[in-house]
Design a protein around this ligand. Structure first.
Ligand SMILES: [Zn+2]
Length: 91
């Protein structure tokens, strides 16, 4: 297994649709960490665009948590920029 040091992806940069939660019906592999997702576990599907095709990639809870946290950080940073811009207009 190849270990790549890439930063945690954010939904903001990758998202082309809404992630959805599913209960695993047959054993899957997490798209990101390659860990198994076992039957009856909940996992998240994140739609991704690759070479013009949309595919829904399964993500384990741990990876989705990391991605979610990364997204939240980016959203908060955006919100801060937005509020600062609004505040400077209001002066
Ligand atoms: Zn994973």
């Amino acid at each position: 297994m190849k270990k790549t040091k890439i930063k945690t992806p954010s939904l903001l940069s990758e998202l082309i649709g809404k992630p959805t939660a599913h209960t695993c019906k047959k054993k899957l592999k997490c798209f990101r960490c390659k860990e198994s997702i076992n039957v009856s576990n909940v996992f998240f599907q994140i739609p991704k665009q690759r070479a013009g095709l949309t595919s829904k990639k399964a993500h384990c809870l741990r990876c989705f948590d990391l991605i979610f946290t990364q997204t939240e950080k980016e959203l908060l940073a955006l919100e801060e920029t937005l509020r600062t811009a609004q505040a400077s207009l209001a002066e």
